[in-house]
Design a protein around this ligand. Structure first.
Ligand code: GLU
Length: 488
């Protein structure tokens, strides 16, 4: 099948997380790739919760998965009606569907019942390991069907195993290229457990077929499962989908991502105030490159430019600094109103209009939206004297600091607040006549106005605070200084 033909036909893709914990960057990156291909080809993106391994179920993770995808805008296109938006498909609600296919497989001989006890299986595995052989089921039950049937008749519990066919399994992976496994190395996988639950392999194949998935896009760790799944498609007489196994995401030290690398639950990025668009942009670049110098992409540009064939098979390295620079760039492009709205949940205190007027001050100074709170707090609350930091700051004489504050008030009374550039120039000039560096002397203004030696651009801060408040804060600073300056 040529590339052109593939691109023209709509792709039905799915994201099939197991609810075994929070969604991390690598998993969501794979979901993004699938979502992009669905959008690009005018197809559908399906969300399926694979919860058949009930022992690994983590309470609350399903909600976390839905919240993460919703926050990022990776919305799924169909699912059972749950009143309102679609729910995802949930495998534990579909058990009879898998059991039915289990019966089909058992009847055709493509699968067989196995009554081996966990003890026998453990002993077998130990012996194989000791002999340096690959571990795998030894097919005892395949060769003792009468014994198995009699035991099951007596009510002994059993599992259903795939009879892995001879030969090789090959497929043309859209990312890995031609991929092939010797079936001798592939175990006779359990398909249905004794409690009637399917394992991942059976449930996934049955669902991918029934949900008419055309392209399975999933992480590379599942590559070795593909031969088993291809055997199932063949045994059930179904056409397999195309496969694309996405590269792993590693930390900068090329080790598997973990907490250490900031491998956070996606919702932690939301809590810190990353923009969904910036995170999507950064995630798209984990394994994919447009082939141009462009680094910043809107969601629509990603949809237009992304292609799964351009995803590199080598592991992708997550670079937190790159995410931050992409985030900063997205922040700069955001219209005032949108940035203000995005900031609202992070700023308790200021009104909506106040936040909107703070936007020009904050835009260049923050990376994460959560950074805004610390910068805005000193605007809302007057400094508490005595300050934690030395006042006047090092390299500035109390008399000069006093003079600066006095001069500033004069200029403000003369109407300079409206013109921060002129005010800055006038005060810089004054500082130079005193033989002081403007940088040192402006620290006096920061301290008097904000209580800290750095923060948002101080002349913009003054404009924001307004003449009356600025005068109040500066006079307070002058009072503190007058205690230090005897001759004043
Ligand atoms: N449930 C599997 C997971 O948690 C999905 C594997 C697949 O996409 O086939 O990753």
């Amino acid at each position: 099948m040529g590339e052109v033909q593939q691109a023209a036909a709509p792709w039905r893709v799915r994201f099939a997380p197991s609810p075994t914990g929070a969604l991390h960057l690598g998993a969501v990156r794979t979901a993004l790739f699938a979502w992009l291909m669905a959008r690009k080809t005018g197809g559908q993106f399906i969300l399926r919760i694979e919860d058949t391994d009930q022992g690994r179920h983590v309470e609350g993770s399903e909600k976390q998965i839905l919240d993460s995808l919703t926050w990022l805008g990776l919305l799924w296109d169909e699912g059972p009606e749950v009143g309102g938006p679609y729910g995802p498909y949930v495998q534990s609600e579909r058990l009879p569907i898998y059991q039915e296919q289990g019966r089909v497989l058992a009847a055709s001989g493509a699968a067989y019942f196995c009554i081996c006890s966990p003890e026998r299986l453990a002993a077998m595995r130990k012996a194989q390991q000791e002999q340096g052989k690959p571990t795998g089921y030894d097919r005892y039950c395949l060769h003792h069907t009468e014994e198995v049937a009699a035991a099951m008749e007596r009510g002994q519990s059993s599992v259903l195993r795939l009879r892995m066919p001879e030969g090789r399994s090959s497929w043309d992976d859209l990312i890995l290229g031609e991929t092939s496994f010797d079936n001798n190395m592939v175990d006779d996988q359990v398909l249905l457990k004794s409690d009637g639950f399917p394992t991942y392999h059976l449930a996934s194949v049955v669902d991918d077929h029934l949900m008419r998935i055309t392209h399975v896009i999933r992480s590379q760790e599942w590559t070795s499962s593909t031969p088993k799944q291809l055997a199932l498609y063949a045994a059930l007489g179904w056409e397999p989908p195309f496969f694309a196994h996405t590269p792993n995401v590693l930390g900068e030290d090329r080790k598997k991502m973990s907490k250490r690398h900031g491998a956070k639950d996606i919702l932690e990025y939301r809590a810190q105030g990353y923009l969904p668009g910036a995170l999507l942009n950064a995630m798209a670049l984990l394994g994919w490159a447009s082939g141009t110098a462009q680094e910043l992409f809107s969601r629509d540009e990603l949809v237009a430019m992304f292609s799964i064939e351009r995803v590199n098979r080598a592991p992708a390295i997550f670079d937190a600094k790159r995410l931050d620079s992409i985030q900063a760039a997205h922040l700069r492009q955001l219209p005032d109103g949108e940035l203000s709205e995005a900031l609202e949940p992070f700023l308790q205190g200021p009104s909506r209009t106040q936040i909107l007027s703070l936007v020009p001050l904050l835009r260049e100074r923050i990376v994460r939206l959560a950074d805004a709170a610390g910068l805005v707090a000193p605007l809302l609350e007057r400094p508490r004297w005595p300050l934690k930091e030395p006042f006047p700051p090092a390299k500035v004489l109390p008399g000069d600091a006093f003079g600066l504050l006095e001069r500033t008030i004069q200029r403000i009374d003369a109407g300079d607040l409206e013109n921060p550039v002129a005010l800055r120039e006038a005060l810089s000039e004054w500082a130079t006549t005193k033989g002081a560096k403007p940088r040192d002397i402006f620290r006096v203004l920061y301290l008097a106005l904000l209580g800290t030696a750095a923060g948002l651009p101080i002349f913009d801060v003054m404009k924001y605070l307004g003449a009356e408040e600025v005068r109040f804060r500066l006079e307070q600073g002058m009072r503190e200084l007058s205690m230090l300056v005897d001759e004043l």
